[in-house]
Design a protein around this ligand. Structure first.
Ligand SMILES: [Zn+2]
Length: 275
């Protein structure tokens, strides 16, 4: 049994503010350890359920957050940035299950700590075939492309609810209830880890009943970017159409092409942010 684990930071118990996930800030060293420990809880649950190979991808910002020497030695770690599949780097054929740990609500979600979709500063909303997406759904479809279901999803209540709208059967573990963008009532980190460990175990036990998340046929992506300068650079990408002042679109039969185009448009958007 091979397990892929993508770990973000905003949905980790005890974390409520972007500075807690930003290198150099006073709280960061603590919070990267909270993140590492939640990853470990998921790894432990997977091992208890019989996993033999575990690959962990650091999925937050520039992906140098998880503390390598404190990660469970049974897992191998992918860290660093930029990488072709970003939050799904390492995913490919042969994985039996994916776990998304420390995930957060999509851009625009109410009562969701640090709600965003890939980039707070660039993307206001990402849609596929007219349906609003989240990091959980966009990444889940990368896993689904390779036939791998997202079996475990952990984060705040809003993020877990959003994921259940895409796949009801996903094992969801709620570690905090957000009360605004920067406010949450959280489980103690140890209690959160206990629940993640148990959730990981349960997810593997019920794996046969958890379908992969897939988009079939032509996939039409739309991105509402934050300002028109971001659309000015985005529409230079071959194949990208500009539907409105702040809306870019791209369509392809192959979902990985769509996902990669999204990463390009978001990266380009970053280059025109005035500093
Ligand atoms: Zn994120």
């Amino acid at each position: 049994m091979r397990i892929f684990i993508s770990v973000d930071i905003e949905g980790v118990a005890g974390i409520v503010h972007p500075h807690q996930g930003r290198m150099g800030e006073v709280d960061y060293e603590r919070c990267r350890r909270l993140m590492t420990q939640e990853a470990n809880a998921a790894i432990e649950g997977a091992l208890q359920a019989g996993a033999q190979e575990i690959v962990v991808n650091d999925s937050h910002a520039e992906a140098r957050n998880l503390v390598a020497e404190e990660l469970n030695p049974a897992a191998e770690l992918i860290s660093g940035y930029p990488k072709a599949l970003y939050m799904c780097q390492g995913m490919g054929p042969g994985f039996d299950a994916a776990f998304f740990v420390g995930y957060h609500g999509g851009a625009g979600a109410r009562d969701a700590v640090i709600d965003h979709t890939y980039s707070s500063k660039v993307a206001r909303e990402v849609r596929l075939n007219g349906v609003r997406q989240t990091e959980g759904s966009l990444n889940g479809q990368v896993c689904g492309y390779f036939g791998c279901p997202v079996a475990l999803f952990t984060g705040d209540a809003a993020a877990v609810c959003e994921m259940h709208e895409f796949v009801t059967e996903v094992e969801g573990v709620v570690v905090k209830e957000s009360m605004g963008r920067y406010v949450a009532r959280s489980l103690h980190p140890e209690v959160a880890r206990d629940r993640i460990r148990a959730g990981a175990r349960r997810a593997i036990e019920r794996l046969d009943n958890i379908p992969p998340l897939r988009v079939e046929g032509l996939v039409e992506m739309e991105i509402d970017v934050h300002d028109t300068a971001m659309a000015d650079v985005g529409e230079l990408v071959p194949g990208v159409r500009r539907l409105a002042g702040r809306t870019l679109a791209f369509a392809h039969e192959d979902y990985l092409e769509v996902f990669r185009c999204m990463l390009v448009l978001l990266a380009l958007g970053q280059t025109v942010i005035l500093r």
